[in-house]
Design a protein around this ligand. Structure first.
Ligand SMILES: [Zn+2]
Length: 184
Protein backbone atom coordinates (compact mmCIF):
# COMPACT_ATOMS: atom_id res chain seq x y z
CA UNK A 1 0.00 0.00 0.00
CA UNK A 2 1.94 3.02 -1.31
CA UNK A 3 -0.53 5.79 -0.44
CA UNK A 4 -2.63 6.29 2.66
CA UNK A 5 -6.33 5.45 2.09
CA UNK A 6 -7.21 7.98 4.81
CA UNK A 7 -5.32 11.08 3.57
CA UNK A 8 -3.61 10.05 0.25
CA UNK A 9 -0.10 10.92 1.49
CA UNK A 10 2.74 8.44 0.73
CA UNK A 11 3.29 5.60 3.19
CA UNK A 12 6.59 4.18 4.43
CA UNK A 13 7.40 0.61 5.43
CA UNK A 14 8.50 0.50 9.07
CA UNK A 15 7.88 -1.17 12.42
CA UNK A 16 5.39 0.98 14.37
CA UNK A 17 6.06 1.69 18.04
CA UNK A 18 5.04 -1.28 20.16
CA UNK A 19 4.74 -3.59 17.14
CA UNK A 20 7.09 -6.39 16.09
CA UNK A 21 6.78 -6.37 12.29
CA UNK A 22 6.93 -3.89 9.43
CA UNK A 23 3.70 -2.19 8.30
CA UNK A 24 2.74 0.51 5.82
CA UNK A 25 2.62 3.69 7.94
CA UNK A 26 1.36 7.03 6.63
CA UNK A 27 4.11 9.70 6.56
CA UNK A 28 1.51 12.47 7.11
CA UNK A 29 -1.27 11.28 9.44
CA UNK A 30 0.57 8.34 11.02
CA UNK A 31 -2.18 5.80 10.31
CA UNK A 32 -0.95 2.20 10.38
CA UNK A 33 -2.39 0.09 7.56
CA UNK A 34 -2.59 -3.56 8.57
CA UNK A 35 -2.86 -6.27 5.94
CA UNK A 36 -4.31 -9.54 7.21
CA UNK A 37 -5.14 -12.90 5.60
CA UNK A 38 -8.40 -13.11 3.72
CA UNK A 39 -11.05 -15.78 4.34
CA UNK A 40 -12.11 -17.99 1.44
CA UNK A 41 -15.42 -19.84 1.82
CA UNK A 42 -16.56 -22.84 -0.18
CA UNK A 43 -18.31 -26.18 -0.07
CA UNK A 44 -18.32 -29.77 -1.22
CA UNK A 45 -21.93 -30.10 -2.41
CA UNK A 46 -23.42 -33.56 -2.71
CA UNK A 47 -26.61 -35.14 -3.98
CA UNK A 48 -26.94 -38.86 -3.36
CA UNK A 49 -23.63 -40.42 -4.40
CA UNK A 50 -22.51 -37.51 -6.57
CA UNK A 51 -20.78 -34.21 -5.89
CA UNK A 52 -20.59 -30.86 -7.66
CA UNK A 53 -17.44 -29.72 -9.46
CA UNK A 54 -16.83 -26.59 -11.52
CA UNK A 55 -14.27 -26.15 -14.31
CA UNK A 56 -12.67 -22.74 -13.92
CA UNK A 57 -13.25 -20.11 -16.62
CA UNK A 58 -10.78 -17.66 -15.07
CA UNK A 59 -7.11 -17.57 -14.15
CA UNK A 60 -5.37 -18.85 -12.16
CA UNK A 61 -5.78 -22.49 -13.23
CA UNK A 62 -8.31 -21.87 -16.00
CA UNK A 63 -9.72 -25.17 -17.30
CA UNK A 64 -9.04 -27.08 -14.07
CA UNK A 65 -11.69 -28.44 -11.71
CA UNK A 66 -12.59 -27.01 -8.34
CA UNK A 67 -15.39 -26.76 -5.82
CA UNK A 68 -17.52 -23.60 -5.56
CA UNK A 69 -15.49 -21.21 -3.40
CA UNK A 70 -14.40 -17.61 -3.24
CA UNK A 71 -13.72 -14.54 -1.14
CA UNK A 72 -16.04 -13.89 1.76
CA UNK A 73 -17.94 -10.60 1.57
CA UNK A 74 -18.46 -8.12 4.38
CA UNK A 75 -21.76 -8.48 6.21
CA UNK A 76 -22.22 -12.20 5.59
CA UNK A 77 -21.47 -15.31 7.63
CA UNK A 78 -19.00 -17.88 6.32
CA UNK A 79 -21.82 -20.33 5.66
CA UNK A 80 -23.89 -17.70 3.81
CA UNK A 81 -20.82 -16.88 1.73
CA UNK A 82 -20.42 -20.54 0.77
CA UNK A 83 -24.08 -20.65 -0.31
CA UNK A 84 -23.60 -17.47 -2.36
CA UNK A 85 -20.51 -18.86 -4.12
CA UNK A 86 -22.35 -22.10 -5.00
CA UNK A 87 -25.14 -20.03 -6.51
CA UNK A 88 -22.82 -17.66 -8.42
CA UNK A 89 -20.45 -20.30 -9.81
CA UNK A 90 -22.81 -23.21 -10.38
CA UNK A 91 -26.42 -21.98 -10.09
CA UNK A 92 -26.63 -24.37 -7.14
CA UNK A 93 -29.06 -24.02 -4.27
CA UNK A 94 -27.53 -25.71 -1.23
CA UNK A 95 -27.99 -26.32 2.46
CA UNK A 96 -24.88 -26.28 4.67
CA UNK A 97 -24.54 -29.48 6.73
CA UNK A 98 -21.37 -28.70 8.67
CA UNK A 99 -17.67 -27.83 8.59
CA UNK A 100 -15.27 -30.13 6.71
CA UNK A 101 -11.98 -28.29 7.11
CA UNK A 102 -10.14 -25.05 7.79
CA UNK A 103 -6.91 -24.73 5.82
CA UNK A 104 -4.40 -21.92 6.34
CA UNK A 105 -2.31 -21.14 3.25
CA UNK A 106 0.27 -18.58 4.46
CA UNK A 107 2.05 -18.42 1.08
CA UNK A 108 -0.98 -16.66 -0.43
CA UNK A 109 -2.28 -15.20 2.84
CA UNK A 110 -5.56 -17.13 2.81
CA UNK A 111 -7.64 -19.03 5.32
CA UNK A 112 -10.02 -21.42 3.59
CA UNK A 113 -13.21 -22.37 5.43
CA UNK A 114 -14.75 -25.33 3.62
CA UNK A 115 -18.14 -26.88 4.32
CA UNK A 116 -20.10 -29.98 3.44
CA UNK A 117 -23.40 -29.07 1.83
CA UNK A 118 -26.41 -30.81 0.34
CA UNK A 119 -27.74 -29.81 -3.07
CA UNK A 120 -31.42 -28.90 -2.75
CA UNK A 121 -31.99 -29.76 -6.41
CA UNK A 122 -29.85 -30.98 -9.29
CA UNK A 123 -30.58 -28.05 -11.57
CA UNK A 124 -27.01 -26.73 -11.70
CA UNK A 125 -25.55 -24.55 -14.47
CA UNK A 126 -22.21 -22.84 -15.12
CA UNK A 127 -21.96 -19.28 -13.82
CA UNK A 128 -19.72 -16.56 -15.24
CA UNK A 129 -16.58 -17.95 -13.56
CA UNK A 130 -17.15 -21.55 -14.71
CA UNK A 131 -16.66 -23.14 -18.15
CA UNK A 132 -18.90 -26.03 -17.11
CA UNK A 133 -20.24 -27.72 -14.00
CA UNK A 134 -20.68 -31.44 -13.40
CA UNK A 135 -22.15 -33.86 -10.89
CA UNK A 136 -19.59 -36.65 -10.61
CA UNK A 137 -19.45 -39.88 -8.63
CA UNK A 138 -16.77 -40.35 -5.98
CA UNK A 139 -14.95 -42.63 -8.45
CA UNK A 140 -15.20 -40.00 -11.18
CA UNK A 141 -13.26 -37.18 -9.49
CA UNK A 142 -10.59 -35.91 -11.94
CA UNK A 143 -7.76 -36.06 -9.39
CA UNK A 144 -5.12 -35.15 -12.00
CA UNK A 145 -6.99 -32.06 -13.15
CA UNK A 146 -7.88 -30.34 -9.86
CA UNK A 147 -7.15 -26.63 -9.65
CA UNK A 148 -5.54 -26.33 -6.20
CA UNK A 149 -3.95 -28.53 -3.51
CA UNK A 150 -6.68 -27.65 -1.00
CA UNK A 151 -9.35 -28.92 -3.44
CA UNK A 152 -7.69 -32.34 -3.36
CA UNK A 153 -7.38 -32.21 0.43
CA UNK A 154 -11.00 -31.26 1.06
CA UNK A 155 -12.31 -33.86 -1.42
CA UNK A 156 -10.24 -36.54 0.33
CA UNK A 157 -11.61 -35.30 3.64
CA UNK A 158 -15.21 -35.35 2.33
CA UNK A 159 -14.73 -38.88 1.01
CA UNK A 160 -13.36 -39.99 4.40
CA UNK A 161 -16.33 -38.42 6.20
CA UNK A 162 -18.66 -40.25 3.81
CA UNK A 163 -16.86 -43.59 4.26
CA UNK A 164 -16.47 -43.39 8.02
CA UNK A 165 -19.64 -41.50 8.86
CA UNK A 166 -17.71 -39.18 11.16
CA UNK A 167 -19.73 -36.18 12.29
CA UNK A 168 -19.22 -32.67 10.97
CA UNK A 169 -18.79 -29.62 13.17
CA UNK A 170 -22.02 -27.63 13.38
CA UNK A 171 -21.57 -24.10 12.10
CA UNK A 172 -24.87 -22.30 12.39
CA UNK A 173 -24.06 -18.72 13.38
CA UNK A 174 -26.29 -17.81 16.36
CA UNK A 175 -28.51 -14.77 16.00
CA UNK A 176 -26.70 -13.10 18.90
CA UNK A 177 -23.58 -12.75 16.72
CA UNK A 178 -25.60 -11.24 13.87
CA UNK A 179 -27.07 -8.60 16.16
CA UNK A 180 -25.11 -5.36 15.77
CA UNK A 181 -26.31 -4.18 19.18
CA UNK A 182 -24.74 -7.13 21.00
CA UNK A 183 -21.35 -5.43 20.96
CA UNK A 184 -19.38 -8.51 19.87
ZN1 LIG B 1 -2.59 9.33 6.14
Amino acid sequence: MRFCPACAAPTERRVPDGDDRARDVCTACGAVHYVNPRPIVGSVCTTGERLLLCRRAIEPRRGFWTIPAGFMEEGETAEAGACREAWEEAGARIEIEGLLAVYSVPRISQVQILFKARLLDEGVAAGAESLEVALVGWDGIPWGDLAFPTVRLVLERARAVRDEGSPLVTVLTPDSLLDRASGV
